[in-house]
Design a protein around this ligand. Structure first.
Ligand SMILES: Cc1cc2nc3c(=O)[nH]c(=O)nc-3n(C[C@H](O)[C@H](O)[C@H](O)COP(=O)(O)OP(=O)(O)OC[C@H]3O[C@@H](n4cnc5c(N)ncnc54)[C@H](O)[C@@H]3O)c2cc1C
Length: 407
């Protein structure tokens, strides 16, 4: 999909691609000196501040329409299948700009990532392997899924992930096994050539050895709240892809729906935003005229070059530990309360660092991940029920809550 889009773009002279820019924040009327709070009506987006990674300067990009398509936030967890860019930047930016965020508690954990401590992102062992006959076993070799669900290894993702989590906690292990030894090898190689090769590369021969697997953060169902045309609560700002919460995934995404959603809502954002280009925004009563000259330049006064990267890398590790230990597959009220206290401290320390240090992608990503962590914990704490991907042992049943939780 990416290749096709990039190729098509090259044939269209009206599209310019700006590379090597890291987006820091959305520009709204807040930057024109107006007070913007969560209850401000008609917050409007005028573009973004970006860090040009080649010149190391912070620039303004003013735009009639802005679309956030910044991907997921799996890097908030210690183990994730997500790429290193999945740091929830769009969600955090929209939140800082006082946009509506919802359903952040619905983090999907893929049940079977290859267990390789320290490897990020984790290598995914697709559930098609279980579809073809792979069996999950605990450290005693027991096929444990039959104790959890009559569909056994083919139960939905959240049920399998919780079962694995429980087996690991019960037996004090860091992983379980996926047993493919009984599957015809030729067929396995034909269906899963990459998995076969990856396992071999780390010394696992699937015809003789069981594959060590553990759940990993995989997909964020929630995000920036949009309507059916990808419009966010902020005027002229659209969101699509994993950073958006279109409502399509509910509390538990079905496999393979996310790319479809990204395509449909990306297209809808385009269809809907044509109106903004065609209509003159200036006729609306709340319009505030804004040109590049009106937007202040980025103020880096009083900041200095970062001296100790350890402050950033260690805080990131702490965040991932807090999120994995307290806000993972199974949650409790006590764990959530503890998580929020720990996050508060990390937030304060990082904001202090942000105020005094020259902006870098690493620092911004840490800051964004802390906001995302906060939003996940808050969403999880407000939801007094277990539903889909959110499971709290203090509220094991579903409640009649119909509304999504908006943060
Ligand atoms: C291992 C794996 C397997 C999957 N398999 C499937 C599948 O089979 N079917 C399916 O439907 N889904 C699948 N998914 C989910 C799906 O791939 C993702 O949800 C989807 O790719 C997200 O697309 P996106 O365009 O929203 O974000 P991404 O593709 O992550 O793109 C986000 C882009 O935004 C850029 N960006 C982020 N922050 C900034 C910033 N501050 N400044 C500038 N640029 C920024 C990033 O560099 C990146 O280029 C899978 C996910 C994983 C991890």
């Amino acid at each position: 999909m990416e290749r096709a889009l990039l190729q098509a773009m090259q044939t269209l002279p009206n599209i310019s691609l700006i590379n090597h820019c890291f987006v820091i924040d959305l520009i709204t009327q807040h930057h024109l000196g107006y007070l913007v709070t969560k209850s401000t009506l008609n917050i409007r987006c005028y573009g973004v501040y970006v860090l040009n990674l080649e010149s190391n300067e912070i620039e303004k990009i003013i735009s009639k329409v802005t679309v956030l398509a910044t991907g997921g936030n799996g890097q908030a967890y210690r183990t994730t299948t997500n790429p290193i860019i999945a740091t929830g930047d769009g969600v955090a930016m929209a939140y800082r700009a006082k946009g509506r965020i919802e359903n952040m508690e619905f983090i999907q954990f893929h049940p079977t990532a290859l267990f390789q401590p320290g490897e990020s992102p984790s290598f995914l062992i697709t559930e098609a392997v279980r579809g073809d006959g792979g069996i999950l076993r605990n450290k005693f070799g027991e096929a444990f899924m039959e104790r959890y669900d009559e569909r056994r290894d083919l139960a939905p993702r959240d049920i399998v992930a919780r079962a694995i989590d429980n087996e690991m906690k019960k037996n004090g292990t860091e992983h379980v096994y996926l047993d493919c030894r009984h599957m015809p090898l030729e067929k396995f190689i034909h269906h899963f050539p990459n998995i076969y090769q990856k396992c071999l590369s780390v010394g696992i021969d699937v015809s003789k050895d069981m594959i060590p697997v553990a759940p990993a953060a995989h997909y964020s169902c929630g995000g920036i709240k949009t309507d059916e045309f990808a419009r966010t609560s902020i005027k002229n700002l659209y969101a699509c892809g994993e950073c958006a919460s279109t409502g399509l995934h509910g509390a538990n995404r079905l496999a393979s729906n996310s790319l479809l959603e990204a395509m449909v809502f990306g297209h809808r954002a385009y269809l809907n935003s044509i109106e903004i280009f065609d209509n003159n925004d200036a006729s609306s009563p709340d319009y505030i005229a804004c040109s590049e000259a009106d937007i202040p330049d980025w103020n880096a006064e009083g900041t200095r070059d970062p001296k100790e990267m350890i402050l950033i890398t260690q805080s990131l590790k702490e965040l991932q530990q807090i999120m994995s230990d307290y806000v993972g597959i199974v949650r409790t009220n006590v764990r959530l309360t503890r998580a929020i206290k720990r996050l508060d401290l990390l937030f304060e320390e990082t904001e202090e660092l942000y105020r005094s240090t020259k902006v870098s992608p690493q620092l911004c990503e840490l800051r964004n991940l802390i906001s995302v962590g906060y939003l996940i914990v808050k969403g999880a704490s407000f939801r007094k029920e277990s539903r889909g991907l959110h499971y709290n042992t203090d509220y094991p049943g579903k409640s009649s809550i119909k509304e999504n939780i908006i943060l």
